[in-house]
Design a protein around this ligand. Structure first.
Ligand SMILES: Cc1cc2nc3c(=O)[nH]c(=O)nc-3n(C[C@H](O)[C@H](O)[C@H](O)COP(=O)(O)OP(=O)(O)OC[C@H]3O[C@@H](n4cnc5c(N)ncnc54)[C@H](O)[C@@H]3O)c2cc1C
Length: 444
């Protein structure tokens, strides 16, 4: 072992590299180290890598969970210097150079923290119970169950407030996730479900997209935001701009002086970094992301790197690198190169530079927006491009084939293949202690 700031004093011992988080950033760091003469331990609290950009399709019954997730062990199966631990990191002992897991510690010479982000409710944590966010497969399953059950409730209820509430879907946050969810729920309501129900008509569901700022997709140009607004409105989505949410309760929210009753409320308005900065005692930005240096290590600890959604790195233009999958992948690959160069006693690579290849968001069938430098695409060709890119980046050959076939099938038939309610709906006797998990079909 060489230039690891004297951490590993035994030159015969292989360097121990610990990577926490098998998201886009962590996995790409592990892959970049495939030829390193080191033992890599990849730790994640889930056994699968999740392709979050398609999570909304699971939440809206277009895809099933296994189509957008792959077991971590099978992803790194062929990489002989890597092993996987299923466990949750709870902290880092910087003095002892150990990662603290639930019931043990793992020593490291190099540590890469890539633990992503979670929902943030701007200090109103109680809102989470009423307006769940979309981050993990469990969230997507719960949202899909809620949406499908709301239709079942509406079909059973007589016309009136309870039925209207069941058919009201409120999405908070007009970024890409909010736009994609609103478009997909409108499509699910009006195309697929309306055909299968006898008493629910196409025009009954009310999908509301609520954004505090003046326009949708603020990271895109104003022209694209205007296009998305018009497109969603054409699909029947009720878009409220400049409408901050002031309160969320049980099936009810207060928006710009109005109270909206909705059985389904989804939060897509904010994220906060995982607590990696707390573990390290490192400085952080307002979203809790650890401040990192040009080589993505933290101040005072050249052997500790923080990457992906949990890092606050400056881009070439001085703006923070965005919390996007390509940025996370690029950072993972970069840190792999930094560590490999240190292990090989070579000169370090130049400081990290984020390559922005553009942004994409889909609104629904045949409709998406894309922006690459000065090039702006909208409509069908942007949608085709969106489909191709997502298939390309999806991990696993089988998933690519299955998702392509599913999309083609849905395109032709307008069907949504994953319309299964997987929670008990209260018909069966409840298991002791399971009361909270049982969803109710009855309209209260
Ligand atoms: C719904 C949604 C839609 C999105 N759409 C897009 C899109 O269209 N395009 C785009 O570019 N980006 C999109 N993003 C953002 C993109 O997914 C993230 O920027 C990217 O996943 C960040 O990668 P990461 O590796 O930093 O974190 P993640 O991919 O979140 O991975 C973090 C990993 O760390 C693990 N972990 C967390 N805490 C611990 C712990 N304490 N111990 C052990 N393991 C832990 C998690 O289980 C997870 O596997 C979307 C995100 C969401 C939620």
């Amino acid at each position: 072992m060489t230039a690891t700031a004297g951490i590993n004093s035994d030159p015969k011992k292989r360097a121990q590299i610990v990577v926490v988080g098998a998201g886009f950033a962590g996995l790409s760091a592990v892959k970049a180290l495939s030829k390193a003469d080191a033992d890599i331990t990849l730790i994640d609290r889930r056994n699968h890598h999740l392709f979050q950009p398609l999570l909304y399709q699971v939440a809206t019954a277009a895809l099933s969970p296994s189509q957008i997730a792959s077991p971590i062990r099978s992803i790194v199966r062929r990489q002989k210097n890597a092993s996987v631990i299923l466990d949750e990191a709870l902290g880092v002992d910087r003095e002892a150079h150990e990662v603290i897991l639930r019931d043990r510690t793992v020593p490291y010479d190099f540590l890469v923290l890539a633990t992503g982000a979670r929902h943030a409710y701007f200090g109103k944590d109680a809102w989470e119970d009423h307006a769940p966010g979309l981050k993990a497969l469990e969230d997507a399953n719960a949202i899909r169950n809620n949406i499908l059950l709301a239709f079942e409730r509406a079909e059973r209820a007589p016309p009136g407030p309870a039925r209207d509430r069941a058919l009201t879907f409120a999405i908070i946050g007009g970024g890409p996730t909010g736009v994609e969810l609103a478009g997909a729920i409108a499509e699910l309501s009006k195309r697929a479900l309306a055909c299968d129900f006898r008493r629910t008509r196409c025009s009954d569901p009310h999908v509301i997209l609520i954004e505090a700022g003046p326009r949708l997709l603020p990271s895109f140009s104003p022209r694209i935001s205007g296009y998305v607004l018009a497109s969603l409105q054409k699909r029947g989505v009720d878009v409220r701009l400049g409408a901050p949410v002031s309160d969320i309760g049980d099936k009810r929210l207060a928006v710009a002086g109005e109270t909206i009753d909705a059985d389904t409320i989804i939060w897509a308005a904010g994220v906060r970094a995982s607590p990696a900065a707390d573990w390290l005692g490192a400085s952080r930005d307002r979203a809790g992301r650890a401040d990192v240096r040009g080589d993505l290590s933290i101040e005072g600890a050249p052997e500790i790197f923080v990457i992906g959604d949990t890092a606050s790195a400056a881009g070439a233009d001085g703006k923070p690198v965005p919390g996007l999958a390509p940025a996370a992948k690029q950072q993972g690959a970069y840190v792999g190169r930094v560590i490999a160069s240190r292990l090989g006693g070579k000169a370090p690579p130049a400081p990290f530079r984020y390559m922005d290849f553009g942004s994409l968001a889909t609104i629904g069938r045949n409709d998406a927006v894309a922006e690459f430098g000065g090039v702006k695409l909208t409509g069908f060709f942007a949608w085709l491009f969106w489909c191709a890119i997502h298939i390309y980046f999806l991990i696993g050959f089988r998933n690519r084939i299955v998702v392509t076939l599913d999309w083609m099938w849905s395109y032709v038939t307008l069907e949504r293949g994953a319309r299964l309610i997987t929670e008990s709906v209260g018909f069966k006797e409840k298991a002791p202690g399971a009361a909270a998990a049982v969803m109710t079909l009855a309209a209260e």
